[in-house]
Design a protein around this ligand. Structure first.
Ligand code: DNO
Length: 382
């Protein structure tokens, strides 16, 4: 397995020479400044690649080549957006960058309610509290159907949290939830979020599936011509949020997507943390079933709670057996004669991480711990 590290480019407080000290060999990155829907120019890709290579790395995976929200909603004439996407693919392939991670989550990307939840022996982690998310949806956004989306216990806890929360608590909650907005640097206030949700009213899982299938039909033939691998990222968390449907949450969803365009270029990012937050998902089994279509892996762990809350756990100490997952990935690699890039996805903020204000979930020391633990597992199993 090939060790990689996510680097956010010029916006990242962690430099390439620092990343080199983690031992990672490859970089996972994107051109974050280019607005969604616009072509990634070849010269900008080349400049980014040269910067990465000058620091002794290769650019192994694009994360993400974002899918425009209008494509996810399936609105109007999409031919311009599809051809722009294909042009970005061609420009990436011309620079030798051939593995692309993307997601199909409407509006929100990963969602957490706490960015700095304390962990037992010091440090902090990302956390999703079902009660706080319910409080956000029901009382802060005021979404009519939100009560039905949560268990009665979570709704009661939401009520309790909301009643005793201060203005600052509510602002922190909004800020945490907004951290996962695609575009990475856009944020909404509550009014902005309500307005942003409007165009999705009535979008059903069936609609979203049809729009994903259309996207795949538009781009996978080009990926085949360019010898590129596409790797859809699962929903995080794997459940509907804010009434927005999510269709990449479990084994059945993945089987449907792989079958929608049944080609090896239509593959998966095995994100053990995203899929691991759903108690119905057996991640090692998923790695086994889709081993031939996994082009990229995000390795991390979660600890789940009965009401649907979860917390990001140390890599070897959560509910998912990452040793079993890595074993499956090594088998898939041997069978396919490939090296699957993986990155330590997220990490706790440890030691001096809290002084650096890096992207939430992307600290230096916490991720280096995760990478080192995974490196040990891989070495032992190999
Ligand atoms: C969170 C990430 C996701 C991922 C996108 C891929 O930390 O794993 O934001 O990059 O969903 O498109």
């Amino acid at each position: 397995m090939r060790e990689t590290w996510r680097w956010f480019g010029a916006h990242d407080k962690i430099t390439l020479p620092e990343i080199a000290q983690t031992g990672a060999a490859g970089i996972v990155t994107a051109l974050h400044d280019i607005p969604y829907g616009e072509v990634w120019p070849r010269d900008a890709i080349a400049a980014h690649r040269r910067q990465i290579e000058a620091a002794g790395f290769t650019w192994d995976v694009v994360e993400s080549l974002p899918v425009h929200e209008v494509i996810k909603r399936g609105e109007g004439d999409l031919s311009g957006l599809f051809s722009a996407y294909r042009q970005s693919m061609a420009n990436l392939a011309a620079e030798g960058i051939k593995t692309v991670c993307y997601n199909f989550m409407p509006l929100l990307d990963w969602t957490r309610t706490d960015l700095q939840a304390p962990v037992a022996r010091g440090g902090t982690c990302l956390r999703f509290s079902a009660a706080k998310m319910a409080a956000f949806e029901i009382f802060m956004v005021g979404r009519a159907d939100a009560r039905q989306a949560y268990s009665p216990e979570a709704v009661e806890a939401a009520d309790h949290w909301y009643q005793q929360s201060s203005d600052a608590d509510r602002e922190d909650l909004l800020a945490a939830i907004m951290s996962g907005l695609p575009g990475a640097f856009d944020r909404y206030d509550l009014a902005g979020l309500r307005a942003a949700l409007e165009p999705y009213a009535g979008l059903t899982p069936t609609d979203l599936r049809a729009n994903l299938k259309r996207f795949l039909q538009e781009i996978i033939p080009t990926a085949q011509e360019l010898e590129m691998s596409f790797a859809i990222h699962p929903d995080d968390p794997p459940r509907d949020i804010l009434g927005l449907p999510r269709i990449v949450s479990n084994q059945a969803d993945l089987a449907w997507i792989m079958g929608a365009v049944d080609a090896p270029e239509n593959g998966l990012t095995l994100c053990t943390g995203s899929l691991g937050a759903n108690p119905a998902n057996d991640i090692a089994q998923i790695a086994h079933q889709f081993g031939d279509r996994i082009h990229f892996a995000h390795l991390r762990n979660v600890r789940k709670e009965p009401d649907g809350s979860f917390e990001e756990a140390p890599h070897l100490d959560g509910d998912t057996d990452l040793v079993a997952v890595v074993d499956e990935l090594l088998e898939a690699e041997a069978r396919r004669d490939v090296s699957i890039p993986f990155r330590p996805d997220h990490g706790h903020d440890l030691l001096s991480d809290s002084d650096r204000a890096t992207q939430p979930g992307y600290p230096l020391i916490g991720r280096m711990r995760g990478l080192a633990e995974m490196r040990g597992v891989i070495a032992a199993l190999s």
